[in-house]
Design a protein around this ligand. Structure first.
Ligand code: CP
Length: 312
């Protein structure tokens, strides 16, 4: 296996097509191994992952921790770093990072401020993995999203994707947009209320990389024309103005009726957690991929930990 060139995983732009193939092929190996011989079960024996989560998480934290344990490594963690680490006593992120450098071999960090993981990586001698930094990025989510898309459309050489909901504060759609620029024949439709539009930096990046995009407000019009509907939660916790939140909440719901208008081979994705944007009745539709998407997070995170920690 070729050496993995990244010291840290901070943003989607770090990945080119070649590197994506390495990650996806390794994830394939991890997936097969979990069902088979368990050749990788002791591959990170003796290695320690510190999971430092200053914001809540179910999927990202547990899948990283499960990934490390399934590779034979160990995990040190705190229940809620904002409350139960010395951040509560005023310790800086940089001091916490320096301390973790002595205790662990890799840091997986979720933080409420955009740019926090990048700042930590600048002073860290061990790999830092960005598990979500405020409204900034969530690169490992984008990797598992892209892996899910590639798995659903192995033969397809074009993709029209609608990203729906909270595009302003949604770090998953930001990271996925960056990653989609690495592929040919991609078109993105941003569907959001006016208060949650995709930010200009992403639109400028898409323009620079010749990825066509447009903005719409009506999901009913867009759903029948795309290969993938990527729903997101309106993130109440990130809104500064409660009135803005009220105008956005509950506006986009992918009802079974709407799903019926989608292409037969289209897929429905969601980074989860969901609130009301995908009713449970949609879960049994074969196009609903969001639980498989979350499962793919385990394989992708096993691959990343393996590639980052085994390279020496
Ligand atoms: N998709 C995602 O990041 O989920 P969690 O917030 O549960 O980690």
């Amino acid at each position: 296996m070729a050496a993995f060139p990244l010291a840290h995983v901070i943003e989607s732009q770090q990945f080119d097509r070649e590197l994506l193939e390495v990650v996806f092929q390794t994830a394939d190996q991890m997936k097969a191994d979990l069902l088979g011989e368990r050749r990788f079960a002791r591959s990170l024996d003796g290695r320690i992952m510190a999971s430092l989560f200053y914001e809540p998480s179910t999927r990202t934290r547990f899948s990283f921790e499960s990934a490390m344990l399934r590779l034979g490594g160990a995990v040190i963690t705190t229940e809620n770093a904002r409350e139960f680490s010395s951040a509560a006593k005023g310790e800086s992120l940089s001091d916490s990072t320096r301390i973790m450098n002595g205790y662990a071999d890799v840091i997986v960090m979720r933080h409420n401020e955009a740019g926090s993981a990048a700042r930590a990586s600048e002073i860290s001698c061990i790999p830092v993995i960005n598990a979500g930094d405020g409204a900034g990025q969530h690169p490992t989510q984008a990797l598992l999203d892209m892996y899910t898309i590639m798995d659903a459309f192995p033969e397809k050489n074009s993709l029209k994707i609608a990203m729906v909901g909270d595009l302003r504060y949604g770090r998953t759609v930001r990271s996925l947009s960056y990653l989609l620029t690495k592929y040919e024949n991609v078109e993105i439709i941003f569907v959001s209320p006016p208060v949650c539009k995709m930010e200009g930096d992403i639109k400028a990046y898409l323009d620079k990389n010749n990825v066509p995009w447009r903005e719409e407000t009506d999901l009913a019009e867009v759903a029948p024309e795309v290969d993938c509907v990527y729903m997101t939660r309106i993130q109440k916790e990130r809104f500064h103005d409660p009135e803005d939140y009220k105008t956005a909440a509950g506006r986009y719901i992918l009802t079974p009726e709407r799903v019926r208008t989608m292409k037969p081979d289209a897929i429905i994705m969601h980074p989860l957690p969901r609130v009301d944007e995908i009713p449970k009745e949609v879960d049994d539709d074969p196009r609903a991929q969001y639980f498989q998407q979350a499962m793919n997070g385990l394989y992708i995170r096993m691959a990343l930990l393996y590639l980052l920690l085994k390279k020496d």
